[in-house]
Design a protein around this ligand. Sequence first.
Ligand code: SF4
Length: 339
Amino acid sequence: MAGMSTDLGTPPVLSPDEAERAVLLAAPRGYCAGVDRAVITVEKALETYGAPVYVRKQIVHNKHVVQTLSDRGAVFVEELDEVPAGQTVVFSAHGVSPQVHADAAERGLKTIDATCPLVTKVHHEAKRFAADDYDILLIGHEGHEEVEGTSGEAPERIQLVQGPDDVENIVVRDPDKVAWLSQTTLSVDETLETVEAIRVRFPNLLDPPSDDICYATQNRQLAVKEISADADLVIVVGSGNSSNSVRLVEVALEAGAKASYRVDDASEMREEWLEGVDRVAVTSGASVPEDLVEGVLALLAERGYPDARAVQSAEESLIFALPPELRRDMRTAAAAAQG
Ligand code: SF4
């Protein structure tokens, strides 16, 4: 991939065309409350227990975050059998199935559960619908960790629906006892389309008690819509396995952006993307540290674009408490340190 020089050099002299340029920055963007909590959980676990602390799967779907935590002593594994007996393992923000909790207990592992509380909410909904003997249609992407975790709450009752095309093949026991749930990081508009297609087949479809697509996903999609309509180019900072980041590219294009690309960081920006481009919009997914966005803005400035103007479309103030099992150990460690 062609990288761009990051040598700022002499400030550029703007041509008339360049004077028309603008950079809009979506707000909110970047870290959500669940990602913030999960990353701090691993940091505090390292401080409290010392390295290594094992983490099942990527704690959040961002390769820079994973690398930074690895450098500090976190060891990322795919499955629990890679964690030595008696060690501490953190479960990622995407959640795990009850089977994973059972496996950890059987192996004598100490567990810290960094599942986002908004994912846990969907798990509770799945358990409740299953207890009421509903067939549950889970709208989401096959293979995504969150979908695997939620499905594990009631594997015999949950079936995955990836989009409207899947609806005709759904088989249920009783068409009047069908409920739907969704992954938290989907496109709001696409999910509504899928739900409507399901409702045509099952008019008595039961809705979840509240939105499963989380506030952060919704806010970031609204924010990118606001700045995409007139944009020649929308850059979404985020990793390729980050569902909400990938959705932001799709939402930007649907909202009217002429082009949109996802990059992990400024080094993935391509020279040709900026050819003839005046209006650039920038946002980032819910697992993206702000310094990666700043890198993209610095690169745009180097290419003669003006300072970014933030376009605020929602305020966010949600904070989640750290997992209780970690808070308890932090208190114990603090008391021991005081003697
Ligand atoms: S994107 Fe939403 S569900 Fe996922 S971690 Fe963030 S707040 Fe939680």
